[in-house]
Design a protein around this ligand. Structure first.
Ligand code: PBG
Length: 325
């Protein structure tokens, strides 16, 4: 060993030394659990492409939210699966729509112990499955969609949500939602913008989770996976429009974007460890091809290391149970 001064293994010799020099923390508060609630369910319905994840009933959702609070999670992100869909996604703006009822349920259950967040997008509620309303030619109509998002934001805020998460990638959505919330007296409701959101094949299992009716793709509004600089631009624009926090999604294929966004903005940055990333690990583990627990920790720690202040993950509750509070 000609250059003893370059030895790095010394600091890896014992578990205590490794713990001492560990750079990245993972704590329960840094995890957010996405959850689905289904209108017509009389019991929780398993999602076959996401083993271990269910479409909740209102009752089972309440219970899961109470457990999340008990575990010290940072928050929950709620998605609704309505019994009926239409072209305008009316169940999303209806105060008695499933997502708005579920928000009120969860807030009644956990109060301010947990940050209650809701996905603000139309794809779960439209019969065509797009994130916005369509014009006469069948294209997604940006500005008509903003009006529906504004209405949806007010309904979610009225239900008591703490943070809304606009995920539809319409131009001007953060500004439209901020203005609507403020006008309606909900200036205290924060916005977590899904800013750099890519048109990803890794959302596949999610589409089963929300019974999506989408045929086709979202390439006219979600980003091209090859565009990294544009991801930073999206985050910067959302901040200028009034976002309180920004998100990069998915996580694993986009760790470079996450790092770049983290270095470009001065607000908390989230990453969404999406359904397909979950399914890949679960599927490989089920075949004995991968060490499940180690892979899960590696995914979450790597996402934190790349720059996420907190991570949305379907493993949030399971992992939090093993973490410091
Ligand atoms: C849109 C939305 C999607 C996801 C979160 N919000 C689907 C999409 O954009 O097609 C995907 C989350 C996941 O895959 O885990 N409402």
């Amino acid at each position: 060993m000609p250059f003893p001064e370059v030895r790095t293994r010394r600091l890896r010799r014992t578990a205590a030394l490794r713990r001492l020099v560990s750079e990245t923390t993972l704590e329960a508060r840094q995890l957010v659990l996405p959850m689905f609630v289904r209108e017509d369910a009389s019991e929780a319905v398993p999602i076959s492409s996401m083993p271990g994840v269910v479409q909740h009933t209102r009752e089972s959702l309440r219970k899961a939210a109470a457990e999340a609070a008990e575990l010290g999670l940072g928050g929950v992100m709620l998605f609704g699966v309505p019994a009926a869909k239409d072209a305008r996604g009316s169940a999303g703006t209806d105060p008695d729509g499933i997502l708005n009822l579920a928000i009120a349920d969860v807030v009644a259950e956990v109060g301010e112990e947990l940050s209650v967040m809701s996905d603000l997008c139309l794809d779960e509620f439209t019969d065509h499955g797009h994130c916005g309303v369509l014009d006469a030619s069948g294209a997604v109509d940006n500005d008509a969609t903003l009006e529906v998002y504004a209405e949806m934001a007010i309904a979610q805020a009225a239900a008591g949500v703490h943070v809304v998460g606009p995920s539809g990638m319409m131009d001007g959505q953060v500004a439209a939602i901020r203005a609507a919330l403020d006008r309606a007296g909900h200036d205290h409701v924060a916005i977590l913008a899904y800013s750099a959101k890519y048109a990803s094949a890794f959302y596949g299992p999610f589409r089963e989770a929300v019974d999506s009716s989408l045929r086709g793709d979202r390439l006219t509004y979600q980003q091209d996976p090859g565009n990294g600089v544009e991801g930073v631009r999206e985050a910067v624009i959302d901040l200028a429009e009034g976002a309180d926090m920004v998100m990069v999604k998915p996580a694993l294929g986009y760790l470079d974007v996450l790092r770049a966004v983290r270095e470009s903005v001065e607000v908390p940055v989230a990453a969404y460890n999406v359904s397909g990333e979950y399914a890949m690990v679960e599927a490989a583990a089920a075949r004995g091809w991968i060490d499940r627990d180690a892979a899960i920790m590696e995914v979450l720690v790597s996402t934190r290391r790349a720059g996420a202040d907190f991570v949305l993950s379907y493993w949030a509750a399971e992992v939090a149970a093993k973490l410091p509070r």
